[in-house]
Design a protein around this ligand. Sequence first.
Ligand SMILES: Cc1cc2nc3c(=O)[nH]c(=O)nc-3n(C[C@H](O)[C@H](O)[C@H](O)COP(=O)(O)O)c2cc1C
Length: 148
Amino acid sequence: MRIVALYGTESGHAEELARGIENAVPQRAVEVINMADAEPGVFVPGTLFLISCATHGGGELPGFAQFLHDDLRDLSPDLIGVRYAMFGLGDTSYEERYLRGARQFDELLAGLGATRVGPFGEHDVMSRQDHVELGVAWARAVLAEIGT
Ligand SMILES: Cc1cc2nc3c(=O)[nH]c(=O)nc-3n(C[C@H](O)[C@H](O)[C@H](O)COP(=O)(O)O)c2cc1C
């Protein structure tokens, strides 16, 4: 199964996580793709997407993630056969807007027929935990859950 670490970032944390995942599972070739370089056609069946996505602007997706989200929403492709796992990066001081961007992306993918696997991962800046460490543990748990 093809594995893609797809990330949506504004200030780099989600990219660091995607690269961390790439390095953490050397036994598997993980492709790292920036949402800024992706189009809706990136979501092909038979692929597992390990998605790390930040929230910015007080509850919004990072700019390029928003473009991808809106293009997907407008095109509404059938994503049956696509599997994904979601990891949100955010800050609980934004309260009800915490992780809103990642949740929005998650809802869209599920609504288009993609299957979410594993737990919804999260990193809160306020926790002072390391986002790469936490995210790599999440990715390992997702891969273990689906027997990869
Ligand atoms: C201007 C600004 C607005 C933010 N707004 C939110 C928000 O609404 N909700 C949230 O959960 N996190 C918010 N955050 C926190 C970021 O999502 C968090 O710092 C994350 O780790 C950034 O990831 P990135 O470096 O991949 O962009 C905001 C951060 C900044 C700087």
